[in-house]
Design a protein around this ligand. Sequence first.
Ligand SMILES: Nc1ncnc2c1ncn2[C@@H]1O[C@H](COP(=O)(O)OP(=O)(O)OP(=O)(O)O)[C@@H](O)[C@H]1O
Length: 234
Amino acid sequence: MTLLKLESVETHISQYHILQGVTMDIQAGEVTVLLGRNGAGKTTTLRTIMGLNAASGGQILFKGEPVEKLPAYQIARRGIGYVPEDQGIFADLTVDETLRIAMKRGDPAARERLSWMLELFPDLAAFRERKSGLLSGGQKQMLAIARAYVGNSELLLIDEPSKGLAPIMVRKLVEALRLMRERTTVLLVEQNFMMAQAIGDAFYLMDEGRIVSGGSMAALNEDHELRRKYLGIA
Ligand SMILES: Nc1ncnc2c1ncn2[C@@H]1O[C@H](COP(=O)(O)OP(=O)(O)OP(=O)(O)O)[C@@H](O)[C@H]1O
């Protein structure tokens, strides 16, 4: 089932034409990885879906309904969560406070989601009373993902979670995201191809503001030419 559909989405940032007709189909219950070199437009794609950059053309359908004209907070309310590259964590709040603020009032399932996140990320359970600013980079990433999920996100947009993390942290994230796929849908920007391979069901490849390829991760694994041309890996 298609959860999110982008149809010929265009985005301008000041005078620059950044997204030049982006078309994608995100299937529910899958991890879709958005790949491409630096500056290809991956972050702008996530920000446009989230309403943080305005789409200047095309359509974005979430559960079949157009969202491209809605402000970001309404898009979040519809069930899309965003984990930006810098995580957007408030340093002065504890882990516990960060997660509780994300819980929607009158949402009976929120507690259950919170306890699942603490199970999935034992580091967060261990440091519940710690100020978020004192967490390691990997723990902040876990907290940002958990916060987005606890806030009832049916779709998580996650921007380069492995960036700057030690390999052990990357492995923990891979394990957690694999399990999360059973309950949510993820659109992941990831430059670490090992991580993309380990958790991606599907991929899209961007270059210069356009989607140049897409399909199953298994197909990308076989396509050495495509990987060499756009990702610089054989
Ligand atoms: N605020 C801005 N003003 C001008 N140009 C911008 C702005 N934000 C992004 N761009 C340009 O848009 C293009 C796409 O940027 P974007 O951050 O989406 O790429 P990306 O694929 O996520 O790359 P990276 O991995 O480096 O973040 C780049 O050429 C970038 O310089």
